[in-house]
Design a protein around this ligand. Structure first.
Ligand SMILES: Nc1ncnc2c1ncn2[C@@H]1O[C@H](COP(=O)(O)OP(=O)(O)OP(=O)(O)O)[C@@H](O)[C@H]1O
Length: 303
């Protein structure tokens, strides 16, 4: 079973800052991640995801603030076998087989998974006898996942785990991970795929320029971004006045249909009704894409 020492959160950041010259890669992050469940660190290129992960694993020291894993400094939690990680840069280890590599890593943990189970979870049981320097990029990524899982860690940290996977492998990966997280493991992964964060994370942390600009479920983020899309048939009318309706930010016309992007769908619909312009009405909430853009744009304005 999973080791759960004490009652401290799996991850805590308190006022964490890390700079590289003039760049504030992580710029004052406060964060608690409880035990169990899946958390996504979502942000565009350069947002600070990899730096946050390196700080979390004790691979980088913060300039100020503190990082804790299960109430201990990261180095100690890592040493005690509480953490498994899959990082972006994999150095090939020549001459050993996939099975040997995973067994080697598992052997360094106090309570590892059986090697065949780690390989099966990563979808690479059939690669056990292959040398790790003779596999494809996507297969190498799955080997790194098996390595991260091998120690049966209480916290699994994955930096852009699906970057090299094709669509099918990606789906299989997430299904395996989801099954795994049910055992009480805490999983933290970084991604710039919104759909992945939305579909597979219980909680999404949006990072922008080193700061957490949003924290919640996909649904909460969509709601926080507000607004939505209202669609109506024009039925021969012109779309020109629709831009002036309350809440409307933009109008897109395709054929006879208008799509209004609005900050206030209720007010927009009432105004459309006032014009007698409701035909085939459709109201949809903002997408997570919209939410992400709005949230990170706000982050930029605040800076
Ligand atoms: N070793 C380093 N030296 C100098 N600057 C760095 C270093 N590592 C990161 N940075 C800078 O810190 C910022 C955050 O980088 P980081 O790699 O953490 O972002 P990221 O969100 O992981 O990006 P990506 O999605 O591209 O992997 C960027 O501006 C980056 O250029």
């Amino acid at each position: 079973m999973m080791k759960t020492p004490g009652t401290h959160p799996a991850v805590s950041f308190t006022g964490v800052v890390r700079t590289f010259g003039a760049v504030r890669a992580v710029d004052g992050v406060d964060l608690r991640i409880g035990r169990g469940g899946t958390v996504a660190l979502l942000g565009r290129n350069g947002a600070g995801k990899s730096t946050a992960i390196a700080l979390l694993l004790g691979l980088l020291e913060p300039d100020s603030g503190t990082v804790g894993l299960f109430g201990a400094p990261p180095e100690r939690a890592v040493r005690e076998g509480l953490v498994g990680a899959m990082l972006q840069d994999a150095r090939a280890v020549p001459r050993v087989t996939v099975g040997e590599l995973v067994a080697f890593v598992a052997g360094r943990y106090p309570d590892p998974l059986p090697v065949d189970r780690a390989l099966r979870s990563a979808g690479i049981a059939e690669l056990a006898g292959r040398r790790v320097d003779r596999i494809s990029g996507g297969q190498a990524q799955r080997v790194r996942f098996a390595v991260a899982l091998a120690g049966n860690p209480a916290l699994l940290v994955l930096d852009e785990p699906t970057a090299a996977l094709d669509v099918e492998a990606r789906r299989a990966f997430w299904e395996a991970l989801r099954a795994d997280a049910r055992d009480g493991r805490t999983v933290l992964f970084s991604t710039h795929y919104l759909e992945e964060a939305d579909a597979y994370a219980d909680r999404i942390l949006v990072l922008d320029r080193g700061r957490i600009v949003a924290d919640g479920t996909g649904e909460e983020l969509r709601r926080a971004a507000g607004g939505g899309l209202v669609g109506v048939d024009l039925a021969g009318r012109t779309a020109s006045r629709l831009e002036l309706l309350p809440g409307v930010r933009s109008v897109e016309v395709r054929g006879d249909r208008a799509r209004l992007r609005t900050d206030d769908p209720d007010a927009t619909v009432v105004a459309l009704a006032g014009l007698g312009a409701i035909r085939n009405l459709e109201v949809a909430p903002a997408s997570l894409d919209d939410a992400f853009l709005a949230l990170t744009a706000r982050g930029r304005e605040a800076a």
